[in-house]
Design a protein around this ligand. Structure first.
Ligand SMILES: O=C(O)c1cccc(C(=O)CC[C@H]2O[C@@H](n3cnc4c(=O)[nH]cnc43)[C@H](O)[C@@H]2O)c1
Ligand SMILES: [Zn+2]
Length: 352
């Protein structure tokens, strides 16, 4: 993904980013399946329309709009049919993260999509937990889960997601937060309040998507009705100065995913992305990859994009990585350790 025509200073920045320890807060489980895993699963299930040839996947993963993206996303969801598929996917996603020096990730998982397709709920939880423990032991990447409601699937999906997230016999050890994903148009956030209330009462943190494909009123709803502690995307917040001031004052971070917004055509070009308006308004910005292989990106590339749009040098990038850690649901000791690692890496890189 590095442009080899880059000037030497830019190349150095890419190398700095590649080694920088990072936290990722907004990345989807199925949306992180590498072309190799997608083609392996597609070959196992020849009834699927998903191509088996990784090169054909590039075309397949070119989206006309957000609705088309969700349609393609669900065709990949359809490839995950057994607990072993779930385990393999989760473990391989962690391997890809470790290669990018991602030390900690909150991975958004949609258990409803798997249980409704017939995967046993107990086996599903065991598969993700087994992969989480193996990944931490083998790659050193700490994974935590965000269970999200696929809002367009209706309140049945909200009920099922809340049940899976709060039933003490099922709830996985790695679960830290509760989310809401899928299309926003025609899916008002307030209807999900009772499910978020239950999840919050059970100790989960609230991290809905909002303002990705609809206006700032959706972000207000996420804050006021769903008690959001971070906002997934929040792109349209830039259209409401009062909202920007509120996010800044209450230190509600945005999980910004620049390339995703272009790929789903939520934003026309990177140059038009409001990330700079967020930082100017004092909003805490974290940078994330969302569905990296589907959007032809990875977290390192998203940091490079942010560096370009925000004019960041190495210290600025280290501070951006620090935002990801501070906005995470790691405990204080975990945060301090990862921030110290970022600082030590940056100091060593900049040492004469
Ligand atoms: O699983 C089903 O059967 C189902 C039925 C109806 C609707 C849905 C969904 O809408 C699933 C959406 C799915 O998309 C995930 N996702 C991945 N990237 C994004 C994003 O950038 N913005 C919003 N959602 C995203 C999300 O986690 C849901 O799982 C499913
Ligand atoms: Zn997302």
């Amino acid at each position: 993904m590095t442009d080899h025509r880059d000037a030497p200073a830019v190349r150095d920045l890419h190398a700095f980013i590649a080694g920088l320890p990072k936290a990722e807060l907004h990345v989807h489980h199925v949306g992180s399946a590498s072309p190799r895993i997608v083609s392996e699963l597609a070959a196992r299930h020849p009834d699927s329309k998903v191509p088996t040839d990784p090169e054909a996947l590039v075309d397949y993963f070119t989206f006309t709009d957000f609705a088309h993206f969700i349609e393609v996303y669900l065709s990949v969801v359809d490839l995950i049919r057994t607990p072993e598929d779930v385990r393999l996917l989760t473990y391989e996603v962690a391997r890809d993260m470790a290669r990018q020096q991602v030390r900690y990730a909150e991975l958004t998982i949609t258990p409803f999509s798997s249980t409704r397709r017939g995967i046993d709920e107990r086996a599903f939880m065991d598969a993700i937990e087994d992969a989480r423990k193996a990944a931490e032991a083998e790659f050193g990447t700490v994974l935590r889960w965000c269970f999200d409601i696929p809002g367009e699937a209706g309140l049945e999906s909200a009920e099922e997601t809340a049940r899976l997230a709060t039933d003490d016999r099922l709830r996985p050890e790695g679960l830290v937060s509760f989310g809401l994903g899928g299309p926003e148009i025609g899916v008002p956030r307030p209807q999900f309040k009772p499910y978020f209330d239950r999840a919050i009462a059970a100790g989960l943190r609230s991290v809905p998507h909002a303002g990705e494909t609809t206006g700032p009123e959706t972000v207000w709803d996420a804050l006021n009705e769903l008690r959001a502690e971070r906002i997934g995307h929040g792109t349209s917040s830039a259209r409401d100065p009062k909202l920007l001031a509120h996010l800044a004052e209450h230190r509600i971070p945005l999980e910004v995913c620049p390339t995703s917004n272009i790929a789903t055509r939520a934003v026309r070009t990177l140059e038009e992305h409001p990330i700079k308006e967020f930082t100017r308004a004092g909003v805490i910005v974290t940078v994330n990859s969302d569905d990296p292989p589907m959007f032809g990106t990875d977290l390192n590339n998203e940091y490079a994009v942010a560096a370009r749009l925000l004019g960041l040098d190495e210290r600025g990038l280290a501070s951006l990585a620090g935002n990801g850690v501070e906005a995470s649901f790691l405990d204080d000791a975990g945060k301090a350790k990862l921030v110290a690692e970022i600082d030590a890496y940056t100091a060593a890189w900049l040492a004469p």
